[in-house]
Design a protein around this ligand. Structure first.
Ligand SMILES: NC(=O)c1ccc[n+]([C@@H]2O[C@H](COP(=O)([O-])OP(=O)(O)OC[C@H]3O[C@@H](n4cnc5c(N)ncnc54)[C@H](OP(=O)(O)O)[C@@H]3O)[C@@H](O)[C@H]2O)c1
Length: 341
């Protein structure tokens, strides 16, 4: 089978489609023939050597996909063969076939497209987990969403729209503002040409926001904490500021780490603030929690309340182009890989 392999750390040229043996499903597993696989920012960082969770190269990454169950291991009902599924996998997802524990292959309805099923898992689970499990989104809250035009950003905007009167502030390049407004963003902010913190203060009469979803890291975490109203929370869930181009810059990494804010329980207590962290990739042992959230997302999808925005679908052989859409900051929503011709 074909598998998108990161041969070594580096630029897009290190991506190779290799022919490798198809995996055999072990006890309790299913083998899924994938039609589509999702590309996430973490995959780009893995290629650049800036994602510590990724396996050492040569490796196949990929957390999600969609397709059909074509074989099952011992202990799994053979009636599942032929089922259309959405797959959650810890790596190995950017290959034609993947084996996962059967609970990580969720049946999808006939109404759901394979494209949407591949685009939904990581970004919606991340956004849902932050908004509804870590924070408890309530009507009229004010939420700052960074990278608002990206996969998680758009998922967060759509989910915020499911709660009455939530006001969202979304940072994105100006060219994406119409798109994010259409996805529910109340106040798009051109962070490249304006200081977003000043802009949030201006738009809120200096009151600030109740929730900051921050995947940028470094000094932005500090700025975000300063924007919180009493009882507000910042959720740190990424460090995109580490990535400045196609390859790793040690100097940039060092300056970003120096910018990480220090805080103490006393300081948080006195200011009535909360700081939380989310890494869905580290919740793999909490499968029940994740599958419960995934099922809730499937219900929201069936009710028409959420719909993945697909930016591009790229054949696996042209993976470098897919990565370039993210590093070049061109994507609005999800980029998917396609395995079929
Ligand atoms: N902790 C978790 O469980 C978890 C799960 C999923 C994702 N994440 C994190 O969430 C963030 C968003 O992921 P995603 O997959 O939604 O992103 P994405 O779709 O790849 O978003 C890419 C967009 O982000 C903006 N951006 C801001 N800073 C950037 C930078 N330094 N390099 C490239 N693009 C940058 C660009 O848009 P503009 O030009 O419009 O700003 C770009 O088009 C990432 O930091 C990722 O690591 C964390």
């Amino acid at each position: 089978m074909r598998a998108l392999t990161i041969a070594r750390h580096g630029g897009p040229e290190v991506l190779e489609v290799r022919e490798i043996a198809a995996p055999e499903p072990g006890p309790g597993q299913v083998r899924v023939k994938l039609r589509f696989a999702g590309l996430n920012f973490s995959d780009v960082m893995a290629r650049q050597g800036m994602y510590p969770d990724a396996p050492p190269p040569p490796c196949v990454v990929g957390y999600e996909g969609s397709g059909d169950i074509e074989a099952v291991g011992e202990g799994v009902d053979r009636a599942r063969i032929g089922e259309r599924v959405m797959v959650l996998t810890r790596f190995n997802g950017q290959a034609e076939m993947v084996c996962v524990p059967s609970a990580q292959a969720l049946r999808i309805s006939d109404a759901m497209t394979y494209e949407d099923a591949a685009a939904l898992p990581v970004v919606y689970l991340t956004a849902y987990h932050m908004l509804f499990r870590i924070s408890h989104l309530r009507p009229k809250m004010r939420v700052l969403v960074h990278m608002a035009g990206g996969g998680v950003g758009i998922a967060a905007l759509q989910l915020c729209r499911t709660v009455e009167g939530v006001e969202t502030f979304g940072t994105a390049s100006a060219a994406k503002h119409d798109a994010i407004r259409a996805e529910g963003c109340t106040h798009p902010i051109d962070y490249r040409n304006k200081d977003y913190a000043e802009e949030v203060r201006r738009l809120t009469d200096n009151k600030g926001v109740d929730l900051v979803l921050d995947p940028l890291g470094g000094r932005d975490w500090k700025k975000g904490i300063e924007l919180l109203r009493p009882a507000g929370m910042l959720i740190a869930f990424g460090f995109a500021n580490m990535s400045t181009g196609e390859t790793r810059s040690v100097w940039n990494m060092a300056t970003q780490i120096v910018g990480v804010p220090m805080f103490t329980p006393m300081g948080l207590m006195d200011k009535n603030r909360a700081v939380a962290g989310v890494n869905v990739g580290h919740l793999w042992d909490e499968l029940e929690m994740l599958t419960e959230e995934a099922r809730e997302l499937l219900v929201l999808y069936e009710r028409g309340l959420i719909k993945p925005r697909i930016d591009a679908i790229v054949p696996i052989e042209r993976a470098a182009e897919a990565h370039a859409r993210l590093t070049g900051r061109q994507n609005v929503g999800k980029v998917l890989f396609r395995f079929t011709a």
